[in-house]
Design a protein around this ligand. Sequence first.
Ligand SMILES: Nc1ncnc2c1ncn2[C@@H]1O[C@H](COP(=O)(O)OP(=O)(O)O)[C@@H](O)[C@H]1O
Ligand SMILES: [Mg+2]
Length: 251
Amino acid sequence: MLEIENLSVSYNSDKKIIKALGPVSMKISQGEIYSVIGPSGCGKSTLLQVLSGVTVGYEGSVLLNGEKLNPKKHSIGFIPQNFGLLPWYNARKNCLLSLKIKGIQIDGALEERIHYIAERLNISSLWDRFPDELSGGQKQRVSIARSFILNPDLLLMDEPFSALDALTREEAQELFMDMWDEYRTTTVFVTHNIEEAVFMGKKIVIMSHCPGKVVEVIDNPLFNTENLRQNEEYLVFSSHIRSIIKKGWKI
Ligand SMILES: Nc1ncnc2c1ncn2[C@@H]1O[C@H](COP(=O)(O)OP(=O)(O)O)[C@@H](O)[C@H]1O
Ligand SMILES: [Mg+2]
């Protein structure tokens, strides 16, 4: 369980204090996937930077499975918008980097898991390629593989599909959801795209403009539904979400 309580973040820049987020409170149960949607600049990336342990100067508390969030103790996966692959490592080395950093030895069982995930994401034939020899969709599949190989306590995704063209994006979303369904990693998925938030989030957290607060958390009856846009309920549901986002402008 991820428990965020009264989390606020401010940036100190040029002697000005910029309040970027909060206060925000939310709870995400073990094995759930929530999408967080909000306007550009509302603090979504800032939230993920706190959850990944990059930003430590925050107010409030963040507990993961009952303990203060600590990237040295907890294993945290991160799929950023630009895929986050190191250009001087090939695809396989990129996938295994987090294991190496954590000092995890690759035994037979882990090697089997790596092989299985690479096959599922159709990247086994790309193992020797470097990131600049991969297409956007292939880089994204490597990035997804890396996260599931790590098997993290918490997976963070920051608009991970926004750099992909529409068809590749749909394919990557569906592939990710298949993998998530199998491994049930606790996931926070950040986006500014309503359709993506509906496809990817069992619950949808709607944030206000900067400094972002939670306007509403809604249950999502259309979670992981194929061909969302053609679904009659989707039209009504997405305009409901849009109206809550607009409400957030007045907070
Ligand atoms: N390093 C920084 N220094 C100062 N202000 C920042 C910094 N990073 C982000 N901000 C500000 O904090 C707010 C939230 O930014 P961000 O978390 O990137 O939003 P989002 O990801 O929702 O677009 C914005 O107003 C942004 O300008
Ligand atoms: Mg952002």
